[in-house]
Design a protein around this ligand. Structure first.
Ligand SMILES: [Zn+2]
Length: 247
């Protein structure tokens, strides 16, 4: 039988390479040492950020991320390991500038140039106060301390929970976390290649140590955006971990 730490390490390596490595390494002691080095224990100065786990981004929503609802049990299981939890909500006005419907002749997933630069256009989603914008009903985070909403300026999108798409307007999240002595953030939610990725990279810019929990996220993957996002996150110094790595 494969022990839990060993299975965890196999999972992080994945597939044939792991099997080959196991055959050559042999010793259970070595596996235990390697597995232990992957484990991260969130301290009292760490916060879990749960990005946009809303009805709009899961099956049946207006902008569904494939298998988006699968992050819910993973995040629920992670929550007790964190003293500090922050939840975000995409929270748009009706007719928001990021909606294709707001631009004559444009369709969802096309691009448009807005005042602050290139903007991907989306179907209408997460309109303030609608059921579509509500948090997923199975998300169980009773200890969460802050819900921060973003994308509420009619002309400016905000993938990031820290900084709007004009790259000038702060949401206030960095100030909140710093005022509470938070130094490390763990990012989870939807979608890896947009709101999670931008949040993680902006957290680095704001001076936080950042872990992105891969299996607690799902992606949209629009024209290779997932691979590009992981590359950019790595370059920014974000560490990629699995939920099983978190003690
Ligand atoms: Zn949005």
């Amino acid at each position: 039988m494969v022990s839990t730490p060993r299975r965890r390490f196999l999972n992080t390596l994945g597939g044939q390479a792991a099997v080959a490595a196991a055959a050559s390494a042999g010793s259970g002691w070595l596996w235990a040492a390697q597995a232990a080095s992957n484990t991260v224990k969130p301290g009292t100065d760490a916060a879990l950020i749960v990005v946009d786990v809303q009805n709009c981004f899961v099956t049946g929503g207006t902008l569904p991320v494939k298998d988006g609802e699968q992050v819910v049990p993973v995040i629920n299981a992670l929550a007790p390991k964190f003293k500090n939890i922050v939840v975000t909500q995409d929270w748009h006005t009706k007719g928001h500038a990021s909606f294709a419907s707001a631009h004559a002749g444009k369709k969802p997933f096309e691009n448009v140039m807005l005042k602050y630069g290139q903007q991907v256009l989306w179907p209408d989603h997460c309109v303030q106060g609608t059921d579509d914008a509500a948090l997923h009903k199975d998300l169980n985070l009773p200890s969460a301390q802050l819900v921060i909403r973003k994308g509420y300026n009619p002309g400016v999108d905000s993938y990031s929970a820290f900084m709007e798409a004009d790259r000038k307007t702060a949401t206030g999240l960095a100030g909140y976390l710093k005022a509470r002595g938070i130094k490390t953030v763990f990012v989870s939610g939807l979608a890896t290649d947009f709101c999670v990725g931008w949040t993680a990279m902006d957290a680095r810019k704001a001076g936080f140590k950042v872990y992105v929990i891969e299996d607690a996220c799902r992606a949209i993957d629009l024209n290779g955006s997932l691979a590009a996002a992981w590359k950019a996150m790595a370059k920014a110094g974000c560490k990629r971990v699995q939920s099983a790595d978190i003690a």
